[in-house]
Design a protein around this ligand. Structure first.
Ligand SMILES: Cc1cc2nc3c(=O)[nH]c(=O)nc-3n(C[C@H](O)[C@H](O)[C@H](O)COP(=O)(O)OP(=O)(O)OC[C@H]3O[C@@H](n4cnc5c(N)ncnc54)[C@H](O)[C@@H]3O)c2cc1C
Length: 296
Protein backbone atom coordinates (compact mmCIF):
# COMPACT_ATOMS: atom_id res chain seq x y z
CA UNK A 1 0.00 0.00 0.00
CA UNK A 2 1.29 3.47 -0.88
CA UNK A 3 2.03 5.83 2.01
CA UNK A 4 -0.30 8.35 0.36
CA UNK A 5 -3.15 5.84 0.89
CA UNK A 6 -2.20 5.12 4.50
CA UNK A 7 -2.14 8.83 5.26
CA UNK A 8 -4.99 9.70 2.86
CA UNK A 9 -7.66 12.31 3.56
CA UNK A 10 -9.50 11.70 6.82
CA UNK A 11 -7.35 8.65 7.71
CA UNK A 12 -5.17 8.11 10.74
CA UNK A 13 -2.31 5.78 9.81
CA UNK A 14 -0.96 3.84 12.77
CA UNK A 15 2.63 2.57 12.78
CA UNK A 16 4.96 0.97 15.32
CA UNK A 17 8.73 1.17 15.45
CA UNK A 18 10.78 -1.78 16.70
CA UNK A 19 14.52 -2.13 17.19
CA UNK A 20 16.75 -5.19 16.67
CA UNK A 21 17.12 -6.98 20.02
CA UNK A 22 20.56 -8.21 21.05
CA UNK A 23 19.55 -11.76 22.00
CA UNK A 24 17.42 -14.59 20.69
CA UNK A 25 15.24 -14.32 23.82
CA UNK A 26 14.74 -10.61 23.09
CA UNK A 27 13.68 -11.46 19.57
CA UNK A 28 11.08 -13.95 20.73
CA UNK A 29 9.79 -11.49 23.36
CA UNK A 30 9.46 -8.86 20.63
CA UNK A 31 7.19 -11.10 18.57
CA UNK A 32 5.09 -11.99 21.61
CA UNK A 33 4.56 -8.29 22.38
CA UNK A 34 3.94 -7.45 18.74
CA UNK A 35 1.12 -9.99 18.56
CA UNK A 36 -0.80 -7.97 21.14
CA UNK A 37 -0.17 -4.71 19.26
CA UNK A 38 -1.21 -6.10 15.89
CA UNK A 39 -4.73 -6.45 17.29
CA UNK A 40 -5.02 -2.65 16.99
CA UNK A 41 -4.67 -2.94 13.21
CA UNK A 42 -1.52 -0.95 12.48
CA UNK A 43 -1.00 0.28 8.93
CA UNK A 44 2.67 -0.75 8.95
CA UNK A 45 5.59 -1.66 11.19
CA UNK A 46 9.18 -0.46 10.99
CA UNK A 47 12.49 -1.56 12.46
CA UNK A 48 15.44 0.71 13.19
CA UNK A 49 18.86 0.32 11.64
CA UNK A 50 21.91 -0.24 13.86
CA UNK A 51 21.60 2.88 16.04
CA UNK A 52 25.18 3.85 16.89
CA UNK A 53 26.48 2.81 13.51
CA UNK A 54 26.82 -0.97 13.68
CA UNK A 55 26.15 -2.66 10.34
CA UNK A 56 22.96 -4.61 10.56
CA UNK A 57 21.07 -7.06 8.43
CA UNK A 58 18.98 -7.94 11.47
CA UNK A 59 16.68 -5.07 10.54
CA UNK A 60 15.73 -6.82 7.32
CA UNK A 61 15.41 -10.20 9.07
CA UNK A 62 12.96 -8.66 11.55
CA UNK A 63 10.80 -6.81 9.04
CA UNK A 64 10.67 -9.86 6.75
CA UNK A 65 9.46 -11.97 9.66
CA UNK A 66 6.88 -9.34 10.66
CA UNK A 67 5.63 -9.31 7.09
CA UNK A 68 5.36 -13.08 6.83
CA UNK A 69 3.85 -13.64 10.31
CA UNK A 70 1.33 -10.81 10.27
CA UNK A 71 0.92 -10.00 6.57
CA UNK A 72 1.44 -6.29 7.28
CA UNK A 73 3.35 -3.72 5.22
CA UNK A 74 6.82 -3.08 6.63
CA UNK A 75 9.42 -0.32 6.62
CA UNK A 76 13.17 -0.79 7.10
CA UNK A 77 15.27 2.06 8.48
CA UNK A 78 18.63 2.76 6.85
CA UNK A 79 21.32 5.20 7.94
CA UNK A 80 24.41 6.47 6.12
CA UNK A 81 26.69 5.68 9.08
CA UNK A 82 29.82 3.84 7.96
CA UNK A 83 28.33 2.87 4.61
CA UNK A 84 29.39 3.59 1.04
CA UNK A 85 26.79 4.16 -1.67
CA UNK A 86 27.39 0.60 -2.86
CA UNK A 87 26.76 -0.76 0.67
CA UNK A 88 23.48 1.16 0.73
CA UNK A 89 22.55 -0.11 -2.74
CA UNK A 90 23.19 -3.69 -1.58
CA UNK A 91 20.97 -3.19 1.49
CA UNK A 92 18.22 -1.62 -0.61
CA UNK A 93 18.38 -4.42 -3.19
CA UNK A 94 18.11 -6.98 -0.38
CA UNK A 95 15.18 -5.06 1.13
CA UNK A 96 13.44 -4.97 -2.25
CA UNK A 97 14.02 -8.69 -2.74
CA UNK A 98 12.47 -9.40 0.68
CA UNK A 99 9.34 -7.39 -0.06
CA UNK A 100 10.01 -4.36 2.15
CA UNK A 101 7.53 -1.59 1.32
CA UNK A 102 9.10 1.55 2.80
CA UNK A 103 12.54 2.86 3.67
CA UNK A 104 12.99 5.27 6.57
CA UNK A 105 15.97 7.15 5.15
CA UNK A 106 18.28 8.68 7.74
CA UNK A 107 21.74 10.09 8.09
CA UNK A 108 22.21 8.50 11.53
CA UNK A 109 24.09 9.70 14.60
CA UNK A 110 27.87 9.78 14.87
CA UNK A 111 29.16 6.41 16.18
CA UNK A 112 30.04 6.26 19.90
CA UNK A 113 33.20 8.20 20.72
CA UNK A 114 32.89 10.38 17.60
CA UNK A 115 31.65 13.91 18.15
CA UNK A 116 30.60 14.91 14.65
CA UNK A 117 29.07 12.90 11.86
CA UNK A 118 31.57 12.12 9.14
CA UNK A 119 30.64 10.55 5.84
CA UNK A 120 32.84 7.63 4.79
CA UNK A 121 34.64 7.97 1.43
CA UNK A 122 32.04 7.15 -1.19
CA UNK A 123 29.19 7.64 1.30
CA UNK A 124 26.68 10.37 2.08
CA UNK A 125 26.88 13.31 4.47
CA UNK A 126 23.13 13.97 4.73
CA UNK A 127 19.87 12.07 4.46
CA UNK A 128 18.68 14.04 1.40
CA UNK A 129 21.37 12.29 -0.66
CA UNK A 130 20.12 8.89 0.45
CA UNK A 131 16.54 9.88 -0.44
CA UNK A 132 17.71 10.90 -3.93
CA UNK A 133 19.51 7.57 -4.41
CA UNK A 134 16.40 5.63 -3.40
CA UNK A 135 14.17 7.71 -5.67
CA UNK A 136 16.49 7.30 -8.67
CA UNK A 137 17.43 3.66 -8.29
CA UNK A 138 14.69 2.02 -6.19
CA UNK A 139 11.57 3.98 -7.14
CA UNK A 140 9.12 1.37 -5.81
CA UNK A 141 9.92 2.09 -2.18
CA UNK A 142 7.84 4.56 -0.21
CA UNK A 143 10.31 6.90 1.51
CA UNK A 144 9.97 8.40 5.00
CA UNK A 145 12.37 10.95 6.53
CA UNK A 146 12.90 12.28 10.05
CA UNK A 147 11.67 15.69 11.24
CA UNK A 148 12.40 17.56 14.46
CA UNK A 149 9.63 19.58 16.15
CA UNK A 150 12.20 20.96 18.59
CA UNK A 151 14.93 21.34 15.91
CA UNK A 152 17.73 18.81 15.34
CA UNK A 153 20.41 19.27 18.04
CA UNK A 154 23.19 19.88 15.49
CA UNK A 155 21.28 22.45 13.45
CA UNK A 156 22.66 25.98 13.78
CA UNK A 157 19.11 27.34 13.84
CA UNK A 158 15.48 26.35 13.36
CA UNK A 159 15.12 27.79 9.89
CA UNK A 160 18.11 25.95 8.42
CA UNK A 161 16.79 22.69 9.89
CA UNK A 162 13.43 23.31 8.20
CA UNK A 163 15.18 24.20 4.93
CA UNK A 164 17.04 20.89 5.04
CA UNK A 165 13.83 19.04 5.83
CA UNK A 166 12.28 20.60 2.74
CA UNK A 167 15.34 19.51 0.77
CA UNK A 168 14.70 15.89 1.87
CA UNK A 169 11.06 16.14 0.86
CA UNK A 170 11.95 17.76 -2.46
CA UNK A 171 14.40 14.89 -3.05
CA UNK A 172 11.39 12.57 -2.99
CA UNK A 173 10.28 11.70 0.55
CA UNK A 174 6.61 10.70 0.84
CA UNK A 175 6.17 11.39 4.55
CA UNK A 176 7.94 12.80 7.60
CA UNK A 177 7.94 11.03 10.98
CA UNK A 178 9.00 13.22 13.86
CA UNK A 179 11.37 12.83 16.73
CA UNK A 180 9.57 12.18 20.02
CA UNK A 181 8.16 15.16 21.90
CA UNK A 182 6.03 15.61 25.00
CA UNK A 183 4.38 18.94 24.36
CA UNK A 184 1.95 18.89 21.46
CA UNK A 185 2.28 22.62 20.91
CA UNK A 186 5.88 21.96 19.75
CA UNK A 187 4.49 19.56 17.14
CA UNK A 188 1.66 21.81 15.96
CA UNK A 189 3.99 24.82 15.60
CA UNK A 190 6.46 22.67 13.65
CA UNK A 191 3.70 21.37 11.36
CA UNK A 192 2.45 24.90 10.71
CA UNK A 193 5.96 26.06 9.81
CA UNK A 194 6.42 23.09 7.46
CA UNK A 195 3.12 23.84 5.72
CA UNK A 196 4.02 27.53 5.42
CA UNK A 197 7.25 26.51 3.69
CA UNK A 198 5.41 24.37 1.15
CA UNK A 199 6.15 20.96 2.69
CA UNK A 200 3.06 19.13 1.57
CA UNK A 201 3.70 15.51 2.58
CA UNK A 202 2.09 14.07 5.75
CA UNK A 203 3.90 14.97 8.96
CA UNK A 204 3.40 12.16 11.41
CA UNK A 205 4.05 12.63 15.13
CA UNK A 206 6.39 10.14 16.80
CA UNK A 207 5.21 9.19 20.28
CA UNK A 208 7.29 7.50 22.94
CA UNK A 209 5.18 6.95 26.06
CA UNK A 210 7.21 7.54 29.20
CA UNK A 211 7.15 4.54 31.48
CA UNK A 212 9.57 5.68 34.18
CA UNK A 213 11.26 8.75 35.59
CA UNK A 214 14.78 7.48 34.83
CA UNK A 215 13.77 6.68 31.26
CA UNK A 216 12.47 10.17 30.58
CA UNK A 217 15.56 11.77 32.13
CA UNK A 218 17.79 9.64 29.86
CA UNK A 219 15.72 10.31 26.75
CA UNK A 220 15.55 13.98 27.30
CA UNK A 221 19.30 14.27 27.81
CA UNK A 222 19.92 12.16 24.65
CA UNK A 223 17.65 14.00 22.27
CA UNK A 224 16.98 17.24 24.13
CA UNK A 225 13.19 16.80 24.30
CA UNK A 226 11.41 19.46 26.30
CA UNK A 227 9.63 17.93 29.30
CA UNK A 228 6.49 19.81 30.35
CA UNK A 229 6.93 20.77 34.04
CA UNK A 230 3.49 19.31 34.83
CA UNK A 231 4.51 15.89 33.45
CA UNK A 232 7.81 15.98 35.30
CA UNK A 233 6.24 16.92 38.62
CA UNK A 234 3.57 14.22 38.29
CA UNK A 235 6.29 11.66 37.61
CA UNK A 236 8.37 12.93 40.52
CA UNK A 237 5.36 12.61 42.80
CA UNK A 238 5.43 8.87 41.96
CA UNK A 239 9.19 8.55 42.50
CA UNK A 240 8.78 5.53 44.80
CA UNK A 241 6.12 3.80 42.73
CA UNK A 242 7.09 2.30 39.35
CA UNK A 243 3.46 1.50 38.50
CA UNK A 244 2.48 5.08 39.36
CA UNK A 245 5.17 6.40 36.97
CA UNK A 246 3.93 4.08 34.22
CA UNK A 247 0.35 5.27 34.76
CA UNK A 248 1.35 8.95 34.65
CA UNK A 249 3.36 8.45 31.44
CA UNK A 250 0.64 6.46 29.72
CA UNK A 251 -2.02 8.99 30.74
CA UNK A 252 0.08 11.81 29.29
CA UNK A 253 0.69 9.95 26.00
CA UNK A 254 -3.00 9.02 25.72
CA UNK A 255 -3.98 12.68 26.01
CA UNK A 256 -1.25 13.61 23.52
CA UNK A 257 -2.47 11.10 20.92
CA UNK A 258 -6.11 12.03 21.36
CA UNK A 259 -5.32 15.70 20.83
CA UNK A 260 -3.09 14.94 17.83
CA UNK A 261 -5.80 12.79 16.24
CA UNK A 262 -8.32 15.55 16.83
CA UNK A 263 -5.83 18.09 15.47
CA UNK A 264 -5.89 16.52 12.02
CA UNK A 265 -2.67 14.51 12.10
CA UNK A 266 -2.32 12.06 9.24
CA UNK A 267 -1.07 9.31 11.52
CA UNK A 268 0.59 8.31 14.76
CA UNK A 269 3.96 6.54 14.96
CA UNK A 270 4.63 4.76 18.25
CA UNK A 271 8.18 4.12 19.40
CA UNK A 272 7.11 0.91 21.13
CA UNK A 273 10.63 -0.18 22.17
CA UNK A 274 9.69 -3.83 21.49
CA UNK A 275 7.11 -3.82 24.29
CA UNK A 276 3.35 -3.82 24.08
CA UNK A 277 2.09 -2.74 27.48
CA UNK A 278 2.24 1.05 27.17
CA UNK A 279 1.06 1.33 23.55
CA UNK A 280 -1.67 -1.28 24.07
CA UNK A 281 -2.98 0.54 27.17
CA UNK A 282 -3.08 3.81 25.22
CA UNK A 283 -4.73 2.30 22.15
CA UNK A 284 -7.30 0.46 24.26
CA UNK A 285 -8.21 3.70 26.01
CA UNK A 286 -8.38 5.54 22.70
CA UNK A 287 -10.75 3.08 21.07
CA UNK A 288 -13.21 4.33 23.70
CA UNK A 289 -12.57 7.92 22.66
CA UNK A 290 -14.77 9.31 19.93
CA UNK A 291 -12.12 11.86 18.93
CA UNK A 292 -9.74 9.02 18.06
CA UNK A 293 -12.27 6.45 16.85
CA UNK A 294 -13.77 8.85 14.28
CA UNK A 295 -10.39 8.96 12.55
CA UNK A 296 -9.72 5.20 12.40
C1 LIG B 1 11.56 8.69 12.88
C2 LIG B 1 13.03 8.54 13.22
C3 LIG B 1 13.67 7.32 13.02
C4 LIG B 1 15.02 7.15 13.30
N1 LIG B 1 15.61 5.93 13.09
C5 LIG B 1 16.93 5.77 13.32
C6 LIG B 1 17.58 4.50 13.05
O1 LIG B 1 16.95 3.54 12.61
N2 LIG B 1 18.91 4.41 13.30
C7 LIG B 1 19.65 5.46 13.78
O2 LIG B 1 20.86 5.30 13.98
N3 LIG B 1 19.06 6.66 14.04
C8 LIG B 1 17.73 6.84 13.81
N4 LIG B 1 17.15 8.07 14.05
C9 LIG B 1 17.96 9.17 14.57
C10 LIG B 1 18.65 9.98 13.42
O3 LIG B 1 19.54 9.15 12.72
C11 LIG B 1 19.39 11.15 14.06
O4 LIG B 1 18.48 12.07 14.61
C12 LIG B 1 20.44 11.84 13.20
O5 LIG B 1 21.23 12.68 14.04
C13 LIG B 1 19.89 12.71 12.07
O6 LIG B 1 19.38 11.97 11.06
P1 LIG B 1 18.56 12.70 9.87
O7 LIG B 1 18.18 11.67 8.90
O8 LIG B 1 17.51 13.56 10.43
O9 LIG B 1 19.75 13.61 9.26
P2 LIG B 1 19.75 14.84 8.25
O10 LIG B 1 18.44 15.12 7.66
O11 LIG B 1 20.91 14.60 7.32
O12 LIG B 1 20.09 16.05 9.25
C14 LIG B 1 21.18 15.98 10.15
C15 LIG B 1 21.65 17.40 10.51
O13 LIG B 1 22.26 18.00 9.35
C16 LIG B 1 21.54 19.14 8.92
N5 LIG B 1 21.44 18.98 7.46
C17 LIG B 1 20.58 18.19 6.77
N6 LIG B 1 20.84 18.25 5.45
C18 LIG B 1 21.88 19.10 5.29
C19 LIG B 1 22.63 19.54 4.17
N7 LIG B 1 22.31 19.15 2.93
N8 LIG B 1 23.67 20.41 4.38
C20 LIG B 1 24.00 20.81 5.64
N9 LIG B 1 23.32 20.40 6.76
C21 LIG B 1 22.28 19.55 6.58
C22 LIG B 1 20.18 19.10 9.62
O14 LIG B 1 19.69 20.41 9.87
C23 LIG B 1 20.52 18.35 10.91
O15 LIG B 1 21.03 19.22 11.88
C24 LIG B 1 15.78 8.26 13.80
C25 LIG B 1 15.14 9.48 14.04
C26 LIG B 1 13.78 9.64 13.75
C27 LIG B 1 13.12 10.96 14.02
Amino acid sequence: MQLSEIYGAGKLGLSYELYPPKTEAGLEALFTHLKELVAFQPSYITCTYGAGGSVSNTTLDIVSRVHSEFGLPVGAHLTCVGLTKDDMRAYLADAQERGVDYIIALRGDPPKGQERFEAVAGGFAHANELVALIRNEFPRFGVVVAGYPETHPEAPNRQSDLDYLKQKVDAGADAVITQLFYDNSDFFRFRDRCVAMGIEVPIVPGILPVTSLTQIQRISSNCGANLPPELLSRLEAQADDPQGQFDVGVYHATRQVEELAHGGCAGIHFYVLNKSRAAATILRALTLSTKYAERR
